[in-house]
Write a protein that binds this ligand. Structure first.
Ligand code: DQA
Length: 149
């Protein structure tokens, strides 16, 4: 199983960006941990980060053609604003999990709306970089070989 892990805008600044909210781990640190955890899931992972909405939409569209079986996405601020990312995920019709480092439901009101949530197979929030690992494990157990046994 091939899982695409997408990071939205400003997540390239992790480690330096509001560490009281997002922690001290860098994106590279998180990806190292996710790669290690992926070994136990039987899923291969590929990562992509973009600050631009169109780049994320294009990478999601590409997932239709490149053998991707599922997506773990932290859409970051686009969670709350992007009809385009929602439509791209609906178009490719691959199972996806929405993840967040913080718990947006415990933050400002504008973060308490997700334009993706009702399409997601599941959501994981509030566990820092571990949210990605929990999301990956959940997605792989949903779509992996064990799911059809
Ligand atoms: C975030 C939460 C979003 O509200 C915010 O815009 C982000 C990061 C998180 O991982 O906690 O950039 O998705």
């Amino acid at each position: 199983m091939r899982i695409l892990i997408l990071h939205g805008p400003n997540l390239n600044l992790l480690g330096r960006r509001e560490p009281g909210i997002y922690g001290h781990e860098t994106l590279a640190d998180i990806e190292t941990r996710v790669r290690a955890a992926a070994e136990d899931t039987g899923c291969d992972v590929e990562f992509f980060q973009a600050n631009a909405e169109h780049a994320l939409v294009e990478r999601i569209q590409q997932a239709m053609e490149d053998g991707t079986d599922g997506i773990v996405i932290n859409p970051a601020a686009f969670t709350h604003t992007s009809v385009a990312i929602r439509d791209a995920l609906a178009a490719v019709a691959l199972p996806f999990v929405e993840v967040h480092l913080s718990n947006p439901d415990a933050r400002e009101p504008f973060r308490q709306t997700s334009l993706l949530a009702d399409l997601a197979a599941g959501r994981v929030s509030g566990f820092g970089g571990t949210s990605y690992i929990l999301g990956l494990q959940g997605l792989c157990s949903l779509i992996g070989p064990a799911a059809s046994e």
